[in-house]
Design a protein around this ligand. Structure first.
Ligand SMILES: Cc1cc2nc3c(=O)[nH]c(=O)nc-3n(C[C@H](O)[C@H](O)[C@H](O)COP(=O)(O)O)c2cc1C
Length: 221
């Protein structure tokens, strides 16, 4: 039986949705820390499900979407298969993840059927406008699809001092207010920790020959 490829940098996919840029900033912080740790990182922005008329109703939404879409490709099923680890980022919308991120998850049926995401490391992060605005429950809600896909769910826990100052044991987060203030430095530090930790655990699974993305094709299907 051909051996899994245990060489090369750990591959992290950061897939997020953001209307106003807050989740994008946490995504970039996690991605930058992962790159500094030696990982190959793809940052992808889930595309709009809300129609153009809805996006025009709030000042700045359409412009922010256009800016981000010029910077980041849309996530694909291939990105998910490529990755050794996936971090999902979303705003909190009435205590739930954004439809746009869910829409990406809902396209992963073929990967579920093949079991090709099973064994990949997964984590989540979220933003909300207000304290107790839902970021913890939204982060936890992302654990469910990760479980159904057979992923190795990696909470942030209190695995770094950064997690005593920001985020939650479930993942990085930021409370950005109604005007979408910048996340605090402590929030960025929690996101960076999550990026580094995700890559470190994924790297250990790659080295152990236990990563589905590294197995020869015929073994995956
Ligand atoms: C439909 C909708 C529902 C929202 N519900 C809540 C909520 O229940 N509690 C909260 O704190 N913020 C809520 N927000 C605010 C978003 O969580 C906030 O704008 C988002 O986290 C900012 O992230 P972004 O800058 O990446 O878009 C809601 C926003 C929208 C558009």
């Amino acid at each position: 039986m051909p051996a899994a490829d245990t060489t090369g940098p750990t591959r992290l996919l950061v897939v997020y949705y953001s209307r106003n840029g807050s989740v994008e900033k946490l995504a970039e912080a996690a991605a930058a820390a992962a790159r500094e740790a030696g990982a190959e990182v793809r940052v992808r922005r889930a595309r709009e499900v809300a129609d153009a008329e809805t996006m025009r109703k709030v000042e700045g939404w359409a412009e922010s979407a256009a800016r981000q879409n010029a910077l980041y490709e849309a996530p694909s099923e291939d990105d998910a298969e490529w990755a050794d680890a996936i971090l999902f980022g979303t705003p909190s919308y009435f205590g739930a993840m954004a439809t746009e991120l869910k829409n990406f998850l809902d396209r992963l049926g073929p990967q579920w059927k093949k079991g090709s995401l099973s064994g990949k490391v997964g984590g989540a992060f979220a933003t909300a406008s207000w304290p107790h605005g839902g970021s913890e429950v939204v982060t936890l809600s992302l654990y469910a699809p990760m479980a159904h896909l057979g992923m190795v769910i990696l909470p942030t826990g209190y695995t770094d001092e950064a997690m005593l100052e920001a985020g939650s044991p479930y993942g990085a987060s930021a409370i950005v207010g109604a005007e979408h203030d910048d996340p605090r430095e402590a929030d960025f530090e929690a996101a960076r920790h999550q990026g580094r930790r995700t890559v470190a655990i994924a790297a250990a699974l790659v080295a152990a020959g236990e990563m589905p993305s590294r197995k020869p094709k015929e073994e995956k299907e």
